[in-house]
Design a protein around this ligand. Sequence first.
Ligand SMILES: [Zn+2]
Length: 268
Amino acid sequence: MKKITATSLILLMISLFLQQTLSKEILGDAAERNVKQEKEQAHEVHCSRERSRAAWNIIEEYLMPFVERENYQISTKCRLHPDNDLFRNQEQHKIQVDTNDWKCGYCKKSFHAEKYLDQHFDSRHYNLLNVSEGKCLADLCGALHCDFVMNSKSPKTKCKPAAVAKNRHLCESLADTCFPPNQGRSASRLHELFLRQFCNAHTCSGKKKHFPEGRKKETSVIYLAMSILTLMLLPLFYLVVYLYQREMRQGTQELRRIARVGRKTKPS
Ligand SMILES: [Zn+2]
């Protein structure tokens, strides 16, 4: 009888101990989770600013020149439309005064680097972000090859068919919503271009070139540089020609003199 009560007492104590520790752990977890949630609600947006910027740059460089050439208006239903980039407003309020001088366009505060201005936007102008469903440009990075552009030397990773298929599908759905082929010739031309430029490279079989249609051509800058260079080189060219001709003239005069001297001495 004594033995039984002793063992039951021990069992009771063990169970009490276990209960206490468990409840403590659960409570602790819950408290921690609350703090985390608060932090996330305060500042964290679940969309990478850096990757969104990369996606935007890719669109600007590899797509917009062709869209502008076709004089085509992208609809707001298209996720590539500027209105569908939640960081667009903030990015447009970045003022770069100098290489190490960035200014906030909302409150005119200055920063030494772009990343500090980004942090300032995150903490001070958080309310200006248009946080809503489907406005994260970074979500399109898979389709737009952000990784390829961001780390210019792409690491040799094994091609994952499932991921590639997913990106290709996203890419093709972008082509369909942004450039519906049934909406005129420009739209269907741009639809074809989008598939070639962005979607065809989503494949595991063989090497497909990224952005085969090329990028924004900076002809104006090159043209300007060439003309300045020509203007600078032109006087130099004339100087060389002038000097050469003068030397030639002197040379012939000398020859004539020699010839004359030779003629004079011969008859004697
Ligand atoms: Zn500011």
